[in-house]
Design a protein around this ligand. Structure first.
Ligand code: ZN
Length: 363
């Protein structure tokens, strides 16, 4: 039988949920099992992983013991999603040979944030907004569960195992069907010094309102396109994949998938495609320079399907340089290293990097 791993920090730990501070990290037991769930707008992915035993093994990813995917079917509504996430957890646990009454600690990453009252806000799966998803899922599972925004999970995974490894402050950016961001800070109990490698886990910084790092909904033009959040001209409305495709459609009169727009721009035979990407890199530069001016992270890691475009790392970086408040931009802006698994791996790290909560728990 696999060992049961304690899912809540001890009562006297500063990381216990009752502690008024935020939710940092206390390290990782060698070989600990975790369940990670990435609740996306189109699919729910769950994994059972064994975390690497050593904090100093560079680049070592957790061993994935089981993985499941199922459609979110969000049009079927709130109750369906609660049940689908619970079923996904039980399925993946069963696939890994785990008993349903002895599950390892569970972390769930999802768009949006959980308010102090325990309800979801800011999710683009809008049927979750205003609903007590956290408490309902915890009650359904009968287990404490740690929650975080999906971009925070991405940033945590890249900071721990990927392109942000070895850096103190990591800003993770998701450029995909939506745009998000997440901040990972060094753990207070493992201060970094020159020559020391990064500890096993950073600390995902959520902020008291759960909106830290929410770069996608910074307004860069109050007269800009409407956003699902109810405001206009959010970064997301300029840099998400559908926005780039819409921009191209408007310029050229024809619809092309983003990868075809990128190929056409690279081949240099489609001025509309080039204009779409140039326009996007200008917004990217202005928007990301603001992040650097405020946070000055050690590295910025880009993830999501739109991050695969080359333009962000050359022309986009040059645009960032134009707007940032320093003579020479030294911040590395790099592509992610953990493919599309970062969200679910980051979720699996949550029970260690933030407190798992009971249904009545609050941050
Ligand atoms: Zn918005």
């Amino acid at each position: 039988m696999l060992p049961r791993v304690s899912s809540l920090p001890s009562q006297n730990s500063p990381f216990h949920p009752s502690h008024p501070g935020s939710a940092p990290v206390s390290g990782s037991e060698p070989g600990s099992l975790r369940i990670g769930v990435d609740l996306g707008g189109t699919k729910i992915e769950s994994v059972v992983v064994r975390l690497p035993g050593s904090a100093t093994t560079p680049g070592r990813l957790p061993e994935v013991l089981a993985r499941t995917r199922r459609p979110t079917d969000r049009e079927r509504g709130y109750e369906h999603i609660v049940n689908a996430v619970a079923d996904s957890i039980w399925d993946v646990a069963s696939q890994a040979g785990l008993s349903p009454d002895r599950l390892p600690p569970i972390g769930v990453g999802m768009p949006g944030a959980v308010t102090r009252a325990g309800v979801i806000k800011n999710s683009n799966t809008t049927c979750l907004n205003g609903r007590p998803f956290r408490g309902d899922l915890i009650r359904r599972m009968g287990e404490p569960i740690a929650f975080a925004n999906d971009a925070n999970c991405f940033a945590l995974a890249e900071a721990t195992f990927g392109a942000g490894r070895g850096h103190e402050v990591v800003f993770g950016v998701i450029l995909g069907t939506g745009v998000g961001g997440g901040i990972v800070l060094p753990t207070p109990d493992y201060p970094l010094s020159p020559g020391l490698s990064r500890p096993m886990l950073g600390r995902s910084w959520n902020g008291p309102q759960g909106i830290a790092g929410e770069w996608g909904h910074v307004t860069i033009d109050p007269e800009g396109p409407p956003c699902y959040c109810g405001r206009r001209g959010c970064v997301e409305t300029y840099l998400c994949g559908p926005a780039l495709e819409a921009d191209y459609r408007q310029r050229s009169g024809q619809a092309l998938a983003l990868r075809d727009i990128a190929s056409a721009a690279q081949a240099g035979h489609d001025p509309h495609a080039s204009a779409t990407l140039q326009n996007a890199t200008r917004w990217f530069g202005r928007a990301l320079a603001t992040v650097i001016n405020i946070l000055d992270p050690d590295v910025i890691v880009l993830g999501g399907g739109v991050s695969l475009l080359d333009c962000w790392y050359n022309a986009g970086r040059a645009e960032v340089s134009r707007w940032v408040f320093t003579d020479e931009l030294t911040t590395p802006i790099v592509r992610h290293q953990i493919s599309d698994a970062a969200g679910v791996l980051g979720a699996a790290l949550l029970p260690t990097s933030s407190p798992a909560l009971t249904a009545e728990g609050s941050r």
